[in-house]
Design a protein around this ligand. Structure first.
Ligand code: UDP
Ligand code: MG
Length: 327
């Protein structure tokens, strides 16, 4: 499925706001989320739509979303052909958002809809991006908080762009920002980085992050570690540079060691330094070389992935308007 052209959509029909929500096995959260969203938006003048992306859920999420669409046509459902991961699901949703601004939300109610009026207020002041920054993270252990902090510090030090700490995907993105995001062709989409990369006038509002409403997070530490690596490798060449510096350092040490050997041989006439030092040198050099190769491999893998040019996501069907549109 190619990414849709904006011009195909009639501007009159376009709502003011698009909520973009990725769902992966979130059936128990569908109703509560809809109710809380309505409770907030019913008092507001802005028209809205909700682009719900079903990211290959294996539970009854799709059924619940389709039922909701039958009840309220503002709910649009995009059903992906399998689980593509949150970043791809979010991309699919943002690609299909028709509003003047889009607000990505997590399906588990960790991003409180009650904050939406604050986001809109800042947007109306003239900001293009309004970040929702977490003041607290309830339901998250110290280890997750500490590792998140370490990630933001490392990322911001290594890359040229800066991603704001404690800011998830919950934010408001105005139409120019959405159009800019659609121009980024990369397939590996580290959304936090892409949001920061496009720039624009940015403001922040603050909130306390609640624990997950129902269900369990799918992000274990192994997955988070890979997510962090993905971010750094997509936005920084520092690891490659580190490999070169390490190579340089090792060469320097070897040179000094060779000099030491030479002098010892000339003075004491003993050319054999012994087996242990030889093994240490071989193993150390082997390790450094493998590490540098690994770093190059990581980047090469990404180049390979991008060069294949596969779409970021594949849509199985969309449920919107009056008819279920089979693709
Ligand atoms: N999600 C998704 N695809 C996945 C994993 C998660 O679309 O493969 C969605 C999930 O349904 C939720 C959001 O991404 O709406 C955030 O996921 P989760 O709450 O598990 O992450 P956490 O809040 O723990 O970072
Ligand atoms: Mg969550």
């Amino acid at each position: 499925m190619s990414r849709p052209e904006l011009s195909a959509q009639s501007p009159d029909a376009a709502p003011v706001l698009s909520f973009v929500i990725p769902f992966y096995n979130e059936a128990p959260n569908v109703e509560p989320l809809y109710r809380r969203l309505c409770a907030v938006m019913d008092h507001r003048p802005e028209s809205w739509e909700c682009v719900c992306v079903n990211d290959g859920s294996t539970d009854s999420t799709l059924l619940a979303l389709t039922a909701l669409h039958a009840q309220d046509a503002r709910i649009r459902v995009i059903d992906l052909s399998r689980n593509f991961g949150k970043e791809a699901a979010l991309t699919a949703g943002l690609d299909h958002a028709q509003g003047q601004a889009a607000i990505p939300l997590d399906a588990d109610l960790q991003d409180p809809p009650e904050l939406i009026p604050d986001l809109i207020a800042k947007w109306q002041e003239g900001f293009d991006v309004v970040n929702a920054v977490r003041l607290s993270r309830e339901g998250e252990g110290w280890l997750k908080r500490a590792s998140a902090h370490a990630f933001y510090r490392t990322f911001n030090r290594l890359s040229k762009i800066e991603i704001p700490e404690d800011t998830g995907d919950f934010r408001l993105l105005s139409r120019p920002v959405l159009d800019a995001l659609r121009q980024l062709p990369e397939r590996r989409r580290f959304m936090k980085g892409l949001f920061a990369w496009v720039g624009f006038r940015t403001a922040s509002v603050f909130y306390h992050r609640a624990p997950r409403h129902r269900g369990q997070t799918t992000w274990n530490y192994w997955r988070l570690w890979h997510f962090a690596l993905e971010g750094i490798l997509s936005f920084s060449e520092a690891p490659l540079r580190l490999a070169s510096y390490l190579g340089f350092l090792v060469s320097l040490v070897s040179f000094l060691y060779a000099l030491d050997l030479l002098i010892q041989t000339l003075i004491f006439g003993n050319p054999v330094k012994g087996y242990p030092s030889l093994m240490v040198a071989i193993l150390f050099l082997g390790g450094v070389q493998l590490m540098a190769l690994g770093v190059i491999g990581e980047y090469l893998g990404r180049v390979y992935d991008e060069s294949k040019g596969r779409p970021v996501y594949v849509i199985r069907k969309t449920v919107q308007g009056n008819n279920i549109d089979l693709l």
